[in-house]
Design a protein around this ligand. Structure first.
Ligand code: ACM
Length: 808
């Protein structure tokens, strides 16, 4: 039992409580400009400040001027009149100037000049650009230099000089409205947020298995039937299936679409519609079963996943799709139409006489070439109508359509291949840019599809792969983040998942690569949060830092240092495992935990769980972060005769469909002690002992590279050398599950079916040799295993090969 008074109450300011990161940056623009130089002083807006446009006859300039002045006028009551000026610009003026010689491409998305020049000194603000888009982006910067809307007080801008232009011409955010439907009002708000961060593309994913969301006049059943599903799966209850019993409907009328497209255009955002084909088309098949390879009937999907029923490649289907795309092209004036192309199982085509006939007629090798044929036909149709096709990277299978732009989502590989073939590429890998992935500790986040993409990982993303030549790299036209909404039912939840990750994306695609700095980005966040707060955006408040992993110590005390990037946020914490509330203890300084003998459990091991949460001045709370602090006795090393040891671990490879690394270790009959640790609830899923397909020695704990793609297991076993007494933290990054056992302890339990995620655990080891076993299994899909270690507070790296031994 712990005795509270022993470790609580002693607040010792050990480290500076405010790090450099917490200091507010004077200029908090996101995305950071290509070049920004500070100047002396401020420009202050007052009752005499006038706004001047270079040519009042350009209506667009006057409209843009109003987007700047209206919110300021509403916040301050200052007149900010728009006046015409001939001759020199008078003081106390904000000038918006458009170069009169702007060229014809000025209005075309992805072709227009988006650069601007902004000079602020004590007397005036000058914003110059070659295009209205440039003026718009300069205004976004200027607005970020001013206080957030709704703030009263002095409205001033720090003097500076900015020369700015985007790094990439394509800067996108996607939204899936098929899985869940979002009203036009929210779509506009989403577009406002994109525009505020200088993103220029809204990729509107309009059709899905679970709902067709766009009115098509020629095929009314698409919305009559296809826009409604009978119900929705509850959480992840796929097997056994549990539905919510509630009919779910929604679609956009043509007027809605026109309204959104026009709204976006005023914010220099191009809208790209996605009409999915040949897969993810169950809602369309429910409406028009004759478009399928089998008779149906089909139902609009009620659960998530990839479905075998896809469009059949018949002439009837092509006629239908051309009709649909014709109406879509009339609604969306931009250069691109997205046609999906991802996740289209070939099952039905393999069994369909109609599909096989097309393969024979066109001399195609297989169903993959049939998919390629399908996409090429659609591309030819779009091209003939002056449009360009975008597809997910599966459109590479069976050969790329000649003009296609590839959206690389299954990593960067598809994008690299397409760029090498001279095709435009938009990078949107799930590893960094899937905003449906978790962004924090799953225990404290709303249910998500999986993965782990914290803000920093988005920020680290580099869209141009190092292996591309400069010529090939020029085909990487930009990046985009995707927001798939299986687990997002409401608009606030979409905002929570999209922001602030969208800000990191904006900086990745706008700012020069060498201007990017995580620390400086974090320093600029508080001001952005204040802005988002004033707009009522449900952005995710960062978790409290300092509780990233559980901590084990062999000394009598440990120190808890908490911090938060927002200086005005209050950190509240608890020590009893409960979620902190507004009434919990306020954190002000680092504090100590003492693990004295009287504080510990009967065996002398003390422990405490620290949970912390940030509360914003406006009242919203961030997610909880939590870590377990404990004192541990050193685990005694095992007496081994070193002469019997050789370097490297024993390695065994099993070809078997494991579902769990624990079961694998049990089945592989590793040391009885380990089996005892691992056996428990759940029982064994595999035979008592199965023979390995291969075995040998390994100097590293890693995949050999010769394993098959799925259904295998690996076991590493032997002795781990601890060079000194101390705490060792092991990290397992794996897809699927892995378990690490040292001595009689499960140090890292990262078992189960999952994507490439990391888990860590710590153990205090006496110097010497300790029995070790690691089990890893791969079921299907992507595969990976990485193991690293950190000693005490040292750096982290691969497990040194001279720590690994076996007995022969
Ligand atoms: C995708 O995530 N299926 C493009």
């Amino acid at each position: 039992m712990r005795v509270r008074g022993r470790w609580l109450g002693l607040a010792i300011p050990i480290l500076g409580a405010t790090s450099a990161l917490a200091q507010e940056a004077p200029v908090s623009v996101v995305p950071w400009p290509a070049d920004a130089q500070p100047r002396e002083g401020d420009f202050t807006i007052d009752a005499d400040t006038r706004i001047v446009v270079s040519d009042p006859s350009i209506e667009e300039l006057r409209r843009l001027a109003a987007t700047l002045t209206t919110p300021i006028r509403e916040a301050t009551g200052l007149p900010l009149e728009l006046v015409a000026v001939t001759g020199p610009i008078p003081p106390n003026t904000i000038l918006l100037a458009l170069d009169a010689g702007a060229d014809a491409a000025a209005g075309e998305p992805y072709e227009r000049d988006e650069s601007y020049y902004l000079l602020v000194d004590r007397d005036r603000v000058m914003l110059l650009a070659n295009s209205a888009a440039g003026v718009f982006y300069g205004i976004q910067t200027l607005r970020q230099l001013l206080p957030p809307t709704g703030t009263s007080g002095v409205w001033s801008v720090p003097a500076l000089e900015i020369r700015d232009a985007p790094r990439f011409r394509y800067r996108g955010m996607h939204l899936d409205v098929g899985r869940h439907f979002f009203p036009v009002s929210f779509i506009k708000r989403y577009i406002d947020l994109l525009a505020m961060y200088k993103l220029n593309t809204f990729h509107w994913h309009l059709t899905e298995d679970q709902g067709w969301r766009v009115e098509i006049e020629k095929y009314p059943r698409l919305t009559e039937v296809g826009s409604c599903r009978a119900e929705t799966v509850v959480e992840k209850n796929f097997d056994p299936y549990v539905g919510d019993g509630t009919r779910y409907c929604g679609y956009y009328t043509k007027d809605d679409i026109r309204d959104v497209v026009a709204y976006a255009a005023e914010r220099y955002v191009n809208v790209i519609p996605e009409i999915e084909l040949p897969g993810h088309s169950l809602a369309a098949l429910a409406a028009y079963p004759e478009l399928a390879c089998t008779d149906g009937p089909f139902e609009v999907g009620t659960r998530w996943g990839v479905f075998d029923d896809i469009y059949c490649p018949t002439e009837r289907t092509f006629a239908f799709l051309e009709d649909v795309l014709s109406e879509v092209m009339n609604l969306f004036p931009g250069p691109y139409i997205h046609v999906g192309g991802d996740e289209a199982p070939k099952t039905r085509w393999e069994e369909s006489p109609a599909a096989q006939e097309v393969i024979a007629r066109e001399g195609l090798a297989d169903e993959h070439e049939l998919q390629s044929y399908f996409i090429r036909r659609i591309e030819a149709f779009l091209n003939a109508n002056g449009r360009r096709l975008i597809g997910w990277d599966e459109i590479l299978e069976g050969g790329l359509a000649p003009q296609a732009t590839v959206m690389s989502w299954r990593g960067m590989i598809g994008g690299i291949e397409a760029a090498k073939e001279g095709h435009d590429v938009i990078m949107t890998p799930y590893s960094h840019l899937y905003f449906d992935y978790y962004q924090g500790d799953r225990r404290f986040e709303p249910l998500a599809i999986g993965g782990y993409t914290p803000l920093e990982r988005v920020y680290e993303f580099e869209p141009v792969p190092a292996e591309l030549s400069p010529e090939e790299a020029s085909y990487i036209i930009g990046g985009q983040a995707n927001v798939w909404t299986e687990y997002m039912k409401t608009a606030p939840h979409v905002e929570y998942m999209a922001l602030p990750r969208m800000l990191a994306l904006a900086e990745v695609v706008w700012s020069p690569a060498d201007a990017r700095s995580w620390d400086r980005f974090v320093a600029r966040l508080p001001s952005q949060f204040e802005r988002l707060e004033s707009l009522g955006v449900n952005y995710r408040i960062p978790e409290v830092a300092g509780l990233g992993e559980d901590r084990v110590t062999t000394s009598d005390s440990d120190v808890v240092v908490l911090s938060h990037p927002v200086p005005s946020a209050e950190i509240r914490f608890t020590l009893d495992g409960s979620a902190p509330t507004r009434d919990s203890e306020l954190y002000s300084n680092p504090f100590m935990i003492f693990f004295g003998p009287t504080a510990g459990a009967p065996d002398g091991v003390g422990e405490v769980t620290v949970s912390a949460r940030a509360f914003m001045p406006g009242g919203r709370a961030g997610p909880t972060s939590r870590a377990h602090f404990s004192h541990a006795q050193l685990l005694a090393a095992e007496e081994v005769d070193e002469r019997r040891l050789s370097s490297g671990l024993d390695y065994r490879y099993y070809e078997y469909g494991f579902q769990s690394a624990r079961n694998l270790l049990v089945a592989a009959a590793v040391r009885p002690g380990v089996v005892q640790v691992l056996e428990g609830p759940g029982g064994q899923l595999v035979p008592d002992a199965i023979p390995p397909t291969r075995q040998g020695h390994a100097s590293r704990i890693a995949l050999a590279g010769s394993e098959r793609d799925q259904d295998f297991g690996l076991v590493f076993e032997g002795y781990l050398k601890a060079p000194t007494d101390g705490v060792y933290t092991y990290y397992l990054t794996s897809d699927d599950g892995a378990v690490l056992v040292i001595g009689d302890r499960v140090v890292v339990d990262h078992d189960g079916l999952h994507g490439m995620t990391e888990k860590s655990g710590s153990i205090a080891l006496e110097a010497g040799f300790h029995p070790v076993a690691l089990g890893f299994f791969q079921a299907g899909g992507a595969v990976g295993l990485e193991v690293s270690v950190r000693t005490d507070r040292g750096t982290r790296g691969e497990v040194p090969s001279d720590w690994l031994y076996r007995t022969d």
